[in-house]
Design a protein around this ligand. Structure first.
Ligand SMILES: [Zn+2]
Length: 490
């Protein structure tokens, strides 16, 4: 991020169009200050984070012309009306009928179940943060805007580890080769780089993908580095979905696009560990697209239920933490020495650091979303009061006056996540539970991989996702594997 600290001070928050954007900048500010890229005293930093927090969280709830409270109530009322016109009790029921979860009751039970496990851990973590904040940073009271800062300080003190040390072991080209090898071991795929396919930019690489019998499976495009005009982030896309017509199987054209640092004159492109998991994540979506075997393009590949689509992508991330997988490719670009597994272990340990609180936060957003979309709007009089009620039981910090999430909760009031926010956690449960089957049999077990390909990757949205999942797993998804992975279950 090229913003100087002065830009943060001068930032006109009205130009930040939604809360997630504001929080993103807020996070960048934090990370810049933690990493001491910006010169700022601790006192200035504390004052600034309080200011940023307060400004970010009162968007749309201030008594001015940008107040969103009436709009929120109106959206909720209209959605409810539509649901009732169509014969549903409420908007959540209307939406969830076509999701894997099927009903609001399932989502509430699912959330409560995980909440019960996460709450004791979160409370204990909160006490640790308070003590650390008091003893090490002189904070008498831990406020919402202190949480990330104190957490980060504690993380540094606990782990004494910078992720940067892993980068030399993760040259992009080797990681991509390793990823192809893993797809070969699991699904028998062979990737052959070709130069005769038209591309939209010279940095795009192209592959033809074949199965073990030599039959053509898919075209595959990769576009890895940032350049002017290219959107940030990482995603998978299909230029053409797989489909069948008049006896012919039209194979798909699948791409993944990322924004990994480019190589320099001295070093190859090197990934952070987080970027490695991003690469595998997008590749998981790509496999869903490439291995599709359905009749209709509208049901092909990733055209599945909202709460099912992240299973193929998130499950791939698990291979990044396994020695058997890493030893295929994660070697120092200078001397080819293997990535030290104790460093990978530190990454794993860090991933579950303060996980109770993180889980609580994630669940609280899902519960707020469900509250808005499964209540009768006639009974909702006040946006802030309604939100506070929904957050009850998940909020461990002292409350902050004049703050509201709902009035800037663009996921559910602007984006497509209404009655769908739970799907983030839902997908984690799926991927952890599904990967457990690989772990039990061996992460390259060919029978488990064949089943995953047959029941999950090839079917797209042509069958009910729960039916497909049960065919693969033998039972409905259970949260235990996720809770274990998150360190919330002993
Ligand atoms: Zn994804």
């Amino acid at each position: 991020m090229a913003l100087e600290i002065v830009d943060y001070f001068d930032l006109d928050l009205d130009i930040v169009d939604d809360l997630s954007n504001a929080l993103y900048i807020y996070k960048e500010l934090y990370s810049d200050c933690y990493n001491k890229r910006k010169k700022i005293t601790e006192k200035e930093f504390k004052a600034l984070s309080k200011k940023m927090y307060k400004e970010c969280t009162r968007k749309g709830v201030q008594k001015n012309e940008n107040n969103n409270e009436a709009i929120v109530l109106n959206i909720v009322r209209l959605r409810h009306q539509r649901a009732q016109l169509l014969g549903y009790e409420n908007h959540a029921q209307y939406v969830l009928e076509e999701r894997m979860a099927k009903s609001p009751a399932t989502v509430f039970d699912f959330s409560q179940n995980i909440l019960d496990k996460a709450l004791p851990a979160a409370k204990a973590e909160m006490e640790t943060l308070k003590t650390y904040g008091k003893e090490q940073l002189g904070l008498d009271r831990l406020e919402k805007w202190d949480g990330s800062f104190v957490g980060e300080k504690l993380r540094q003190a606990t782990f004494n580890f910078e992720e940067e040390v892993l980068k030399p072991y993760l040259p992009l080209q080797a990681c991509v080769k390793g990823m192809f090898e893993i797809a070969h071991k699991l699904y028998g795929l062979n990737f052959s780089e070709v130069n005769d396919i038209p591309v939209y930019h010279k940095e795009v690489s192209t592959y033809k993908v074949y199965d073990q019998k030599g039959a053509f499976v898919s075209y595959f495009y990769t576009d890895f580095h940032p350049r002017p005009g290219k959107r940030g982030g990482a995603w998978m896309t299909s230029f053409r979905s797989q489909y069948k017509k008049d006896g012919q199987d039209y194979r798909p054209q699948i791409a993944i696009v990322c924004n990994f640092s480019s190589p320099t004159s001295k070093t190859p492109a090197l990934l952070t560990f987080q970027e490695l998991t991003t690469l595998f994540h997008e590749f998981g979506h790509a496999l869903h697209g490439m291995l599709a075997n359905t009749t209709y393009p509208s049901l092909s590949g990733t055209s599945v239920s909202w709460d099912f689509v992240e299973l193929p992508s998130q499950i791939m991330e698990n291979w990044c933490y396994e020695k058997e997988a890493l030893s295929l490719f994660a070697k120092h670009y200078k001397d080819q020495s293997l990535i030290p597994m104790e460093l990978v272990q530190k990454i794993k340990d860090q991933a579950t650091f303060l996980e109770g609180m993180a889980t609580l936060r994630q669940l609280s957003f899902g519960l707020l979303d469900m509250a808005w979309h499964s209540s009768s709007p006639d009974e909702i009089k006040d946006v802030v009061a309604f939100e506070n009620e929904a957050f009850k039981g998940t909020d461990l910090y002292p409350s902050v006056a004049e703050s509201c999430m709902s009035t800037a909760f663009s996921h559910i009031f602007q984006g497509g996540y209404a009655a769908g926010y739970y799907s983030y956690k839902w997908a984690e449960v799926l991927d952890a539970d599904a990967f457990e089957k690989f772990k039990e049999a061996g992460i390259f077990n060919s029978k488990v991989a064949a089943d995953f390909k047959e029941f999950i990757l090839s079917k797209g949205g042509s069958e009910d996702p729960m039916v497909l999942y049960k065919k693969f797993r033998g039972s409905e998804p259970k949260p235990e594997a996720l809770l274990k992975r998150a360190g919330l279950l002993n």
